[in-house]
Design a protein around this ligand. Structure first.
Ligand SMILES: [Mn+2]
Length: 317
């Protein structure tokens, strides 16, 4: 079984570097924190390095302040790529940095299996779910704040239990995590109801860009990247706009577009009929899940939007 291989690696090594994808989301942070807890509980030497900082709304998570954004200039025995399909998604050059052993723990279906050990469960709702299973099946008892992290990881990767990856197994796990100390209403409030006034005002501005295409089956909202800093909002406060673009009744694909003069980023969401992961994969560096994906097109916004609409149309049928 995979767990014994993972346990062996943990037992036989002392230093671990954990890293996850650029613009870390709830699941990437929470799965890192859960593994960090386990490794440090065994007195291992562990560093979590991500290229981008932890969004403010996740600062309530225990040990989130331990995550660093400056690449440590030292060697590690084990490098764990967590909640990311491959080392390119990390956003930093991991090639020269690779430890003697690489472990991959992930749930993205486009995972490239770069590890010496690959724990990739594409049916898992979140990487946090995989860690829950690891702890459960290895009878590892964790403190309430780890239950909180695992719950928050699943909560965010299911879009607050709204995506199709929400099922009875996921809900049973969450019930157990709640029993183990995850305070569901508090976690929800921290993550989804903690906007600054400037953040909410920026969201209102983004709402005002709402547009519909192709008989209202596609919707978009957009924002110039520099607007975040200008408005005084935090970067994390514009997250989730893509989910909101999908809330219109007839819309099959919603997108949130962030652009600068030369490139345009798309956060794509689908209700299920269109595989937006497949759409995003057409663009180099893009990818994701059936219902949530992303990509960047190196074109100004209007041209990029035209190209994206064509790609989505093909899948819409
Ligand atoms: Mn994830």
């Amino acid at each position: 079984m995979t767990w014994s291989k993972l346990q062996n690696i943990i037992e036989n090594n002392q230093s671990f570097l954990l890293s996850s994808h650029i613009n870390p989301d709830g699941d990437s942070i929470c799965s890192q924190l859960a593994l960090y807890w386990y490794l440090t509980s065994l007195k291992k030497d562990v560093v979590i390095y991500n290229q981008d900082p932890v969004p403010d709304k996740f600062h309530f998570l225990h040990d989130s302040d331990k995550i660093i954004n400056k690449l440590p200039q030292r060697a590690f025995e084990v490098f764990v790529i967590i909640d990311a399909s491959n080392s390119e998604r990390l956003g930093w050059d991991a090639s020269g940095k690779t430890a003697s052993l690489v472990v991959v723990i992930d749930h993205h279906r486009d995972n490239s299996y770069e590890g010496d050990l690959n724990i990739v469960e594409i049916n898992a709702s979140a990487t946090s779910e995989i860690l829950y299973k690891f702890f459960k099946e290895c009878s590892i008892n964790y403190p309430p704040y780890v239950a909180e992290a695992l719950y928050a990881g699943i909560l965010t990767d299911t879009g607050g239990f709204q995506f199709s990856n929400t099922n009875n197994y996921v809900l049973r796990i969450c019930a157990e995590l709640s029993e183990k100390g995850a305070n569901c209403s508090e976690i929800y409030r921290e993550i989804y109801s903690s906007y600054s006034p400037a953040g909410l005002q920026l969201r209102a501005r983004i709402w005002s860009t709402l547009q519909f295409y192709r008989d209202n089956r596609i919707s978009s909202m957009e924002m110039q990247e520099s607007l975040v800093d200008k408005s005084g909002a935090n970067r994390g406060e514009v997250e989730g706009m893509s989910d909101l673009a999908l809330t219109a009744a007839d819309v099959e694909v919603g997108m949130f577009i962030k652009y600068n003069d030369s490139s345009t980023h798309f956060s794509l969401r689908s209700k299920g009929a269109v595989d937006v992961g497949k759409v995003a994969q057409v663009i180099p560096g893009g990818g994701g899940h059936t219902c949530a994906a992303g990509c960047t097109i190196d074109l100004p916004v209007e041209e990029a939007k035209k190209k994206m609409l064509e790609l989505i149309e093909k899948e819409l049928g």
